[in-house]
Design a binder for this molecule. Structure first.
Ligand code: NAI
Length: 484
């Protein structure tokens, strides 16, 4: 016992002093010469041991008489527990690599101690559980690379267009798994064996889901969108996971969709189209107004808001804008006037939302904002559903305070948007009510959906993954998202 004390071993770390004393009494010390075999694969497993000093090679038989080295055991490592407790033969051959001393406890003595000393049983269970956890993690990390050495990426909530745009850009270093379910605690186990998860706007990356992903070996969350409101960023950081996004893929795609909603609502193209198809060529009720000379109010003058401002200016509209970080140079160049939010509500014929969803912008358009709007104003939301209190919007539409609404996003969209639910009834009463208004257009979060935007999303997302594979972490990643 000169070189090693039993109490220092993880295996016996929870044992009481009297148990350790009994163990010491049962321990036999044995010296092995270099090259001496401790036991061979297939021998009976009738003792457990701890390496006190020296080193042992662990090998398994392969082919005819061959031995494949698995690992080396050194001082403090223990073995023989599993074959002894399972009543099976040795699963490997152990040979001393140098003069080695081991401490052994025979099966009968060990079993007697286990029965009499609950602290020993607990200590052994805790030790084995720790080993199992370590192996599970190793396995997850190993599985995260396929046999060609490629890193595996699990894509959640994928559609055909995701698959084709990402496959067109796929590098040799990555292996893609395209999964249809949205990411949540229920589906997180599907990410087992993938180092990277690629998620979209309605995937749930809350604390519980992130913990499950981390436990499966996931190290990078590569968002294939701009918004990050669905990710618990502080938890991701605490778990040592990086989060990257696609900050801009085509502001034009979203701004042009906002314009589509404005023009369709104003000139009632959706209704005209239905009528004409039914053989009804009447114009009654299809009256619109000239946008030229009217006022557009833009909330959020980031990439998309600025693009939309230029479009409205191109139509000959006055453009007012609100942003906590105004871009004066842009405003001057394009002829946009920054005003307070109240003035946006009070003076705009068309209000368009382009701010991110944050705790500060949640229900930015609430009952009070709607009441202070110009009667009959048009509301466009291509940003995030949570910016609008939808029940207040329904009231505003019923009273006529809101003249029309074009919504590409909806607070509770994750249940419906992107899916074919045409064979089911809509159980969301607010959504169902919105769909009944003939002056409301809802599109299913499709503003981003242009060929150019899809190609840019795939290219940037893959670039983010490659940077991470190159060893860049945290702020070294070009498009990292960090908690505030
Ligand atoms: P961006 O980050 O370039 O611009 C956001 C702007 O909002 C910034 O100028 C910021 O200062 C401003 N802002 C922040 N807090 C604000 C507040 N309380 N009130 C007013 N403005 C505020 O983002 P980008 O690319 O222009 O996108 C805007 C939003 O559009 C994204 O957050 C995303 O939610 C949404 N989006 C929707 C898509 C769709 O398919 N419907 C596609 C892409 C983005």
């Amino acid at each position: 016992m000169a070189t090693l004390k039993l109490s220092q071993l993880d295996l016996f770390s929870a044992c009481r002093p009297e148990t350790l004393a009994e163990l010491e009494a049962a321990v036999r010390s044995r010296r092995l010469r270099t090259g001496e075999v401790l036991f061979r694969e297939g021998d009976p497993g009738d003792f457990m041991f701890v390496v006190s000093s020296g080193a042992l090679s662990v090998s398994k038989g392969v082919g005819e008489g061959g031995l494949a080295p698995l690992r080396t055991m050194g001082a403090g490592d223990s073995g023989g527990l599993t074959s002894m407790s399972l009543g099976r033969t040795r699963s490997a051959t152990l040979v001393a690599l140098e003069p080695t001393t081991i401490l052994t406890v025979g099966e009968a003595d060990f079993n007697r101690l286990l029965s009499n000393r609950p602290d020993l049983s607990q200590s052994v269970i805790a030790h084995l559980a720790g080993k199992v956890r370590g192996k599970t993690r190793q396995l997850a990390e190993l599985k995260a690379e396929d046999t060609d050495g490629r890193t595996r990426v699990a894509f959640f909530d994928t559609k055909r267009y995701d698959r084709s745009s990402f496959e067109a850009e796929a590098p040799d270093s990555l292996a893609f798994s395209f999964l249809e379910p949205k990411l949540s605690t229920a589906t997180a186990p599907l990410a087992a064996g993938h180092a990277i998860v690629c998620a979209f706007v309605n995937d749930q990356l809350d604390a519980d889901t992130l913990r499950l992903l981390a436990g499966q070996g996931v190290r990078l969350i590569a968002l294939r969108c701009a918004g990050t409101n669905n990710v618990d960023l502080p938890t991701a950081r605490a778990l040592g996971m990086d989060v990257a996004r696609v900050p801009a893929y085509s502001p034009h795609a979203v701004a042009e969709h906002a314009l589509t909603l404005v023009l369709t609502l104003n000139r009632k193209v959706h209704r005209a189209h239905q009528r004409v198809r039914e053989g009804n060529f009447s114009l009654a009720g299809l009256e619109g107004f000239d946008l030229h000379g009217r006022t557009g109010g833009i909330v959020g003058t980031g990439q998309i808001g600025r693009c939309f401002a230029e479009i409205l200016r191109g139509l000959g509209m006055e453009v007012l804008a609100f942003d906590p970080f105004p871009n004066e140079a842009f405003a001057e160049r394009v002829g946009v006037r920054y005003v307070e939010l109240d003035a946006i509500w009070a003076r705009s014929d068309v209000v368009s939302l382009h701010a991110p969803l944050t705790p500060q912008t949640h229900h930015l358009v609430d009952r009070k904002a709607i009441e202070s709007m110009k009667p009959g104003a048009m509301l466009i939301n291509t940003s995030r559903g949570g910016l609008v209190d939808t029940e207040a919007l329904v009231e505003g539409l019923k009273s006529g305070q809101i003249g029309s609404a074009g919504l590409d996003v909806y607070e509770e969209e994750s249940e419906y948007f992107f899916e074919d639910r045409s064979d089911q009834v809509i159980t969301d009463d607010v959504l169902a009510r919105l769909l009944v208004f003939n002056n409301v257009i809802i599109t299913s979060h499709q503003a981003f959906l242009t060929r150019e935007a899809l190609a840019n999303i795939a290219a940037t997302t893959i670039q983010n993954m490659k940077e991470w594979l190159d060893g860049r972490r945290g702020s070294e990643l070009s498009n990292v998202v960090e908690p505030n």
